[in-house]
Write a protein that binds this ligand. Structure first.
Ligand code: ADP
Ligand code: ASP
Ligand code: MG
Length: 407
C-alpha cells in the first residue's frame, strides 16, 4: 500500500464546489488502495483578506497575533474538506499544524520547520483515515502558532512527505506543471516534464511562485520527488527530481520575473573599512533580507552603494539608511520601488559561455536599460524598470530558443 501526500493550493479550494472536486480526487486515490495525507491552502484571496483586516485594526499588527489570524484560513479549508469527505462516506480527519507537531522556530510570518513529530498522523493513517492537514502553519516549542511564509503550504506538504517517507508528493495547482516561464506571462512557455532540484531552487528563489523555495530545499535534502500538476485535469505534470546524467541539459531552461524588488542607493559614501557593516547591520537587525548589492568606486575616496530589498521592506529600509547616511557622512540616499528582476536559469550554463552577453544584447534590442546585474553558476539576473518586466521575459524566452513551436 502506497502513501501519497496530495497538496491543493488556494485556487483549487477557492469555493465549496472546488472543495468537492478535491474531495472526489482524494477519494479516488484512496479507493485505489492508497493511504492519503492531504495538505491544504486557504481559499484563494483569504490570506490577503486577513492581512488587510489586521492592517485595519493596527498600524503594525503584532506578529504573534497575525500568525494566529492567518492560520485560520487553512483551518477553515481543512475542516470543510474533512466534512465533505465524511459526507461522501470516507473516513476523514482534519489536523492542524500544532496537532501534527510541525515544530518551527519563532520567526512569526516566515518560520522554519525544525522537526515534525509524525506519530499522530501515522496513528490516524493506521486507523485507515484520510488525514487532512492544514498547510502553512506550525507552532514553536512553546506552542505559539507560527506560519511558514507566503506559499508555505508547499513546504508543509513536502516536509510531511519527507517525515512520513511517503511514496509520492503531488502538488496540485492552477497550472498543469512547471513551465520554462510563467505561462500567465509568456504564452509561448513550454511545460517541462522534469526539472532538477537545483534548477527549481533557482527558479523559486527568483520569483516562480509555483513552488515555495523552502519546499524545494526540503525535497532536495530528503530526496522527495515532487509532482507538480493541475487540480483541474488528469494530465501528467512536471517531476522535480535529482539531476541525473540523462537529463536534457538546456543552456537556459527557464526565465523568471520577480516584481517584488525595490532598490536603495547611498551616494558618495566614504570608502573606508567598516562602512558596509554600518550600512547593513541595522538592516539585518530588522530581519530585512537584502538581495543584490553593488558598489561603484568613485574618485576622492568616495563610493556609491546600491542594494535591493523586497517591496514590503522598502519604506523601513529607506528610513534606516537615511539615519545611517547621516552617521557615516554619505551625501544622500534615494530609493526606487518601480523595479523588477528578470533572470535566466539553466544547469547547462555551467559549461557554456556567451549567455550573459546574449541576455544583455536581447534587452538592449528592446531598449530596456539594465540597472543592476548579478550571476551565479547557473543564473543571470538583471534589475530593470518594472514596466518592462513582462516584455523582458518574453524576449529572453524567445532569444534562448525556449518558445514552443506553433500557436
Ligand atoms: P497555489 O495557490 O496552487 O499554491 P500559486 O499561485 O502559488 O498556486 O502558484 C501557481 C502559479 O505560479 C501559476 O498560476 C503561475 O502564474 C505561477 N508561475 C510562475 N512561474 C511559473 C512557472 N515557471 N511555471 C508554472 N507556473 C508558474
Ligand atoms: N495561504 C497561504 C498564502 O496565501 C499559504 C499558501 O497558500 O501556500 O500564502
Ligand atoms: Mg502557492
Amino acid at each position: 500500500m502506497s502513501l501519497i501526500v496530495q497538496k491543493f493550493g488556494g485556487t483549487s479550494v477557492a469555493d465549496l464546489e472546488r472543495i468537492r472536486n478535491v474531495a472526489e480526487r482524494v477519494a479516488k486515490t484512496f479507493d485505489q488502495g492508497n493511504n492519503v495525507v492531504v495538505v491544504l491552502s486557504a481559499m484563494a484571496g483569504i490570506t490577503d483578506g486577513l492581512i488587510d483586516m489586521a492592517n485595519q485594526v493596527a498600524v503594525s499588527p503584532d506578529k504573534r497575533e497575525l500568525d494566529v489570524l492567518l492560520a485560520t484560513g487553512e483551518q477553515t479549508t481543512a475542516a470543510l474538506l474533512a466534512m465533505t469527505l465524511q459526507s461522501m462516506n470516507y473516513p476523514a480527519k482534519s489536523i492542524l499544524g500544532y496537532q501534527a507537531e510541525i515544530i518551527t522556530n519563532r520567526n512569526y510570518g516566515s518560520a522554519r520547520i525544525l522537526e515534525i513529530g509524525a506519530d499522530r498522523i501515522k496513528k490516524l493513517i493506521e486507523k485507515h483515515n484520510i488525514v487532512v492537514m492544514a498547510g502553512f502553519q506550525g507552532c514553536d516549542a512553546e506552542g505559539n502558532i507560527t506560519t511558514l511564509g507566503r506559499g508555505g503550504s508547499d513546504t508543509s506538504a513536502v516536509a510531511i512527505a519527507a517525515a512520513l517517507n511517503a511514496d509520492k508528493c503531488e502538488i496540485f495547482t492552477d497550472v498543469d506543471g512547471i513551465y520554462t516561464a510563467d505561462p500567465n506571462i509568456c504564452e509561448k512557455a513550454r511545460k517541462l516534464s522534469v526539472i532538477s532540484y537545483d534548477e527549481m531552487l533557482e527558479m523559486s528563489g527568483l520569483g516562480a511562485k509555483v513552488l515555495q523555495i523552502r519546499s524545494v530545499e526540503f525535497a532536495k535534502k530528503y530526496n522527495v520527488s515532487v509532482h507538480v500538476r493541475s487540480s483541474f485535469s488528469e494530465e501528467e505534470g512536471t517531476m522535480v527530481v535529482n539531476e541525473d546524467s540523462d537529463m536534457e541539459r538546456l543552456v537556459v531552461s527557464g526565465v523568471t520575473l520577480n516584481k517584488d524588488a525595490a532598490r536603495i542607493t547611498l551616494k558618495k559614501v566614504p570608502d573606508q573599512p567598516g562602512v558596509a557593516a554600518k550600512i547593513f547591520s541595522p538592516i539585518a537587525d530588522e530581519k530585512i533580507l537584502v538581495d543584490m548589492i553593488i558598489q561603484n568606486t568613485r574618485a576622492e575616496g568616495l563610493t556609491d552603494l546600491t542594494f535591493t530589498v523586497s517591496k514590503k521592506d522598502f519604506i523601513k529600509a529607506l528610513e534606516i539608511e537615511k539615519q545611517v547616511a547621516q552617521q557615516i557622512g554619505a551625501e544622500k540616499v534615494f530609493g526606487d520601488e518601480n523595479i523588477a528582476k528578470v533572470s535566466v536559469t539553466g544547469v547547462g550554463m555551467r559549461s557554456h559561455s556567451g549567455v550573459a552577453s546574449k541576455v544583455f544584447s536581447t534587452l538592449a534590442g528592446e531598449n530596456i536599460n539594465i540597472l543592476m546585474i548579478s550571476t551565479s553558476e547557473i543564473r543571470i539576473s538583471c534589475i530593470i524598470e518594472e514596466k518592462y518586466g513582462e516584455l523582458a521575459v518574453r524576449v529572453l524566452h524567445k532569444a534562448f530558443g525556449l518558445d514552443k513551436v506553433g500557436k
